[in-house]
Design a protein around this ligand. Structure first.
Ligand code: ZN
Length: 397
């Protein structure tokens, strides 16, 4: 087996796609174009970068591996947020209004990939490599090529059909159903799966994070390492403390204000995250804004300001959910109940006393409905107000 530090070790929990890709590379029958499909934040972009690394390596120690030492490998290892300076790894570059390429790339929050960008990519793929054997383009959340008239997608067809020698393409998509069939049929699909809790936790080690915080991020991550990382980067710990403090101070008098305070915090945090996001490209693992098309939205991939506010609100509501799940547990099983937030046992006891098991259940139901309403674009202040009322009703008189 590979003596060199495994090229693919950086990818967590995706053994099947890795096996598949390595076998194809070893036999020399790798495709010219791949479609990496699967939920957001499970490693599609990381895998695309690793495959590009293997394809572009100057001195592969064996087929299917990259040396990790040559200039090409070092370029790719230095990639930030999936973007590298490698001259043969083509960026999904942005155009200005005059039709000139800029030094910016199309961000994940952008709804579509413009035609000019695709024309640039296909043109570049037809040129000879600058530094090695191939030229590679990675197109993240490629369903964005097929919005509206899908002219961007169509502009790719010819290159996909007759790829120039040395040209390689990797499309990633968390919503492959949004891609034209004519594109999908010209790509080799590789499926990525949702990750397990242990795998996500493994991906979060390092850094000085509290174990309780990691555990919570894993619980809220819904199988996506990217989302777990986003939660931790998104000040999950701080939000958690704020939610717990708010619940701790919760009295019948404060009740009406709680939901609104939660929304106010979400607005403030969402605005901050949006502004930070404008300065910095998105996390490599996060996908595109697909909201509005089918009324369904994955809040982990939305990057508009309103989307960030919903993202923060959703996280805060989920944190309340965790607190009330623990409270219900404490109400039903007493002080020795196994809690998700063991460090907040006192608060759980307090809430259990104030709401009782039945009240906790009613609050949980109200929270689930609030989460649903938020996903359905109901205004946050309304959601907060309704939640407050239902929480007040659920308290032990
Ligand atoms: Zn190399």
């Amino acid at each position: 087996m590979a003596k060199a530090k495994g090229t693919w070790d950086a990818l967590i929990g995706q053994d099947a796609p890795v096996r598949f890709l390595r076998a194809a590379l070893k036999s020399g029958r790798d495709a010219h174009g791949y479609l990496f499909e699967g939920p957001a934040g499970v490693g599609k972009r990381t895998a695309a970068l690793l495959l590009a690394k293997v394809w572009l390596c100057h001195q592969p120690p064996e087929p299917g591996e990259a040396c990790g030492e040559c200039k090409s490998c070092r370029w790719i290892d230095a990639a930030k947020n999936g973007i590298s300076d490698h001259p043969d790894l083509l960026p999904v570059v942005k155009y200005d209004t005059q039709g000139h390429p800029t030094d910016k790339v199309v961000g994940d929050h952008e709804v579509s990939i413009p035609l000019a960008t695709v024309q640039y990519l296909t043109q570049q793929l037809h040129r000879a490599p600058m530094n090695g054997p191939r030229r590679v383009a990675i197109v993240p959340e490629a369903q964005r090529l097929c919005r509206g008239q899908a002219e961007s997608g169509n502009a790719f067809l010819k290159t996909l059909e007759e790829p120039p020698a040395g040209a390689r393409l990797i499309f990633t998509s968390s919503r492959p159903e949004g891609l034209l069939d004519t594109i999908v049929s010209r790509l080799q699909p590789v499926r990525f799966r949702r990750l397990g809790a242990k795998e996500i936790a493994r991906g979060l080690v390092g850094g000085n994070r509290e174990a309780a915080e990691i555990e919570l991020a894993v619980a809220l991550a819904d199988g996506s390492l990217g989302r777990a990382k986003e939660l931790l980067d998104g000040d999950l710990g701080r939000w958690r403390r704020q939610v717990l403090q708010g619940l701790d101070r919760f009295t019948p008098k404060d009740c009406p204000a709680f939901g609104l305070a939660l929304w106010a915090l979400a607005e403030q945090e969402g605005k901050r995250l949006f502004e930070a996001d404008e300065l910095e490209p998105d996390d490599a693992a996060v996908g595109a804004d697909e909201a509005g098309e089918d009324g369904e939205e994955d809040e982990a991939v939305v990057k508009t300001e309103a989307g960030w506010k919903r993202f923060a609100f959703t996280r805060l509501l989920e944190l309340c959910e965790v607190a009330f799940r623990d409270a219900l547990c404490a109400a039903a099983a007493g002080p020795d109940a196994p809690l998700l937030q063991a460090d907040a046992a006192k608060l759980s006891g307090k809430l259990a006393e104030r709401f009782g098991a039945l009240g906790c259940e009613r609050v949980l139901e109200a929270l689930r409905e609030a989460l649903f309403a938020t996903r359905m674009y109901v205004r946050g202040d309304l959601v907060g107000r309704v939640l407050s009322g239902r929480m007040a009703d659920a308290m032990v008189p």
